[in-house]
Design a protein around this ligand. Structure first.
Ligand code: HEC
Length: 265
């Protein structure tokens, strides 16, 4: 099991988003140039960036286990090689309701529709093919600097923890507000009615990146250095491989709670 005590910690649960996006930003050459121009992305006081969060975010960004049926990762729809967006461009009927006309819209394939028990069911539009997002995927490369995210800006600066309902970040929390969307979106990554408690439980029982292929070079190197993913075991030493860092509690001052992390065998 992954040591995801941090993930379920009320104080740190939402930290995933900032780490994911910072890791994603670090992937792109464009992002490197952007950072040089823009300076470091702002960080809300409530969720400072740490190397461990960055490593964890990168692993999770590429992990298809974040979806209900293990088929879709963040990086499925946001490709660094495509400027952080998605080149698949699946057409959907536009306002005229007719496919193949000039007002067609283009979206990203997500998951096959699944019911509340995570069983596939036919979608009226896509049957048993992956559903398609109603909007196309924007780039993530600039996201770390934005005050609000999504095409309509609905991922706002104030972040409300989806499990507690409490305001966790007063301002500067657009990344956090954004990232809690896809894992519970029944088109992008989730079965109907998927709850965060369920997602947390699944991650706790997952082995990092076990399904992933074509990993970025730094993740390949990290896994090569630690092929057994013993990674999940809290190490006595302080030396953290990226993957190990990703599977350990992020707050050094907060030791793991009762259950010690163990490697799934
Ligand atoms: C199935 C495809 C799909 C998946 C999977 C997906 N996204 Fe997206 N992403 C989209 C689409 C479509 C939008 C635009 C949605 C909107 O504006 O309503 C978007 C928007 C965003 C944005 C906002 C960019 C901006 O400029 O406003 C960020 C950041 C982002 N996604 C990151 C992520 C992360 C992190 C994950 C994984 C937790 C993820 N996405 C998973 C398709 C996807």
């Amino acid at each position: 099991m992954w040591a995801f005590q941090w993930f379920v910690s009320p104080a740190a649960r939402w930290a995933i988003s900032r780490k994911i996006l910072f890791a994603a930003v670090a992937v792109g050459v464009t992002a490197t140039a952007a950072r040089a121009q823009l300076g470091p992305p702002p960080q809300p006081a409530e969720n400072p960036v740490t190397p461990a969060k960055v490593a964890l975010g990168k692993a999770l960004f590429w992990d298809e286990q974040l979806s209900s049926d293990n088929t879709v990762a963040c990086g499925t729809c946001h490709r660094p090689a495509r400027g952080g967006a998605d080149a698949r461009f699946v057409a959907l009927p536009g306002p005229d309701g007719i496919a193949g006309t000039s007002d067609d819209m283009f979206g990203s394939p997500g998951v096959i529709r699944a019911d509340a028990k995570n069983a596939y069911e036919p979608d009226p539009q896509h049957a048993f093919a992956p559903q398609v997002t109603g909007r196309n995927s924007p780039s993530f490369l600039h996201a770390a600097w934005a005050d609000s995210l999504f095409w309509d800006g609905r991922a706002g600066t104030t972040f409300v923890d989806p499990q507690s309902g409490a305001v966790s970040i007063a301002t500067g929390g657009a990344l956090e507000s954004q990232v809690v969307g896809p894992p519970v979106s029944s088109v992008e990554m989730a079965h109907a009615g998927r709850a965060w408690n369920e997602i947390v439980a699944k991650i706790e029982q997952s082995r990092p990146l076990v399904l992933a292929t074509a990993l970025p070079p730094d993740l390949v190197a990290a896994l090569a250095a630690d092929p057994t993913a013993s990674t999940a075991r809290p190490a006595a030493s302080n030396s953290l491989s990226p993957i190990r860092a990703a599977t350990r509690p992020i707050h050094a001052a907060t030791p793991p709670a009762a259950s010690p992390a163990t490697v799934r065998s």
